[in-house]
Design a protein. Structure first.
Length: 313
């Protein structure tokens, strides 16, 4: 069995365990039985502790890297604004803690859903081949061929979905991400769950249906995560002529400015090429973005206030 298949099966087992209450101390679960409450709370606490242990090393590593970079003001796009002084840091931390609990199971649910749609159920005889190679028009490509198609095609779809989120009712969900007044690497986690469902997770379903292997999606999870954190970092890096191809911190920071300054430009997540092709690219030569956030004085600042904000009348 491939390493990716092992990872998927382990993740599926974890998701199943989360959704199924197992017997405790040899006793089956009986709804309403008071003596089971402590066992359930204990299991939930173990799950929470496990997730925190899994995400802590990467979070600490990113905090160290961007703290070190913050010490060199010459590299900062907005000097004097280190991430630990972020006015919305508490809210960002709430998203940073909650999203890692939700996202893996949402993504795993989509992979399992893909298997059910393709095979009419999760057939053990097909699951390993499905995980490693996919099932659909693109399944015949090599692993690296699928990686290349996934990077380009998914980013292309996300570009247009991102533009839709800046229009009409959809903006209320995406405004949460733009509400940060001090954009930094922690802003990368500030997304409403609906934004995630209709954005990257929807694209994952489409790509799975087209034949991209779940192993490819799992392989690219850390790549997507690092890229999202990087483009939100308080750095004035542009990569010279590559700025027309790859998204950079300055490129994305212009996107976080008010609408009249650049908030309606630079929609690409990874490849700035899409913005160049569709005339939404903005990278002034002798200027850097300075002001961020949404132009709504009463916009909620708290985590819970932002979660319910899109549903307010």
């Amino acid at each position: 069995m491939s390493g990716a298949a092992i990872v998927l099966r382990q993740s599926a087992d974890d998701a199943s365990n989360l959704l199924t209450v197992p017997p405790f101390n040899g006793r089956p679960f009986i709804p309403g039985e008071p003596c089971m409450l402590m066992d359930i709370l204990h299991t939930a606490a173990e799950k929470i502790f496990g997730v925190l242990c899994d995400i802590s090393p990467s979070i600490v590593a990113m905090a160290v890297v961007f703290t070190v970079l913050s010490l060199f003001s010459a590299q900062a796009c907005n000097p004097g604004c280190p991430w630990w002084r972020n006015r919305g840091l508490v809210t960002d931390v709430c998203y940073l803690v909650v999203i890692p609990f939700i996202a893996p199971y949402m993504r795993m649910g989509l992979i399992i859903l893909g298997a059910i749609l393709l095979f009419g159920g999760i057939d053990p005889a097909h699951i390993e081949d499905y995980v490693s190679h996919g099932h659909g028009p693109l399944a015949g490509l090599s692993f690296w061929g699928q990686v290349a198609v996934q990077l380009l095609a998914a980013d292309f779809m996300l570009y247009w979905i991102h533009r839709l989120f800046h229009r009409g009712r959809m903006w209320r969900y995406h405004a949460i991400h733009h509400s940060s007044e001090d954009v930094d690497w922690t802003t990368a986690y500030r997304f409403h769950p609906i934004n995630l469902w209709l954005g990257p997770f929807f694209v994952s379903v489409v790509m799975l249906y087209l034949g991209i292997a779940p192993a490819v999606l799992l392989f690219l999870v850390p790549v997507d995560g690092v890229m999202a954190v990087f483009v939100h970092a308080n750095l004035k890096w542009t990569f010279g002529p590559l700025k027309y191809v790859i998204a950079t911190p300055v490129f994305h920071r212009w996107h976080h400015t008010p609408l009249e300054q650049g908030g309606g430009t630079n929609f690409a997540s990874t490849f700035a090429l899409w913005d160049v092709l569709f005339s939404t690219f903005k990278m002034p030569t002798n200027a850097l973005p300075q002001r961020y956030g949404v132009d709504e004085p009463d916009f909620p600042r708290s985590f819970w206030g932002q979660l319910v904000y899109p549903f307010r009348n």
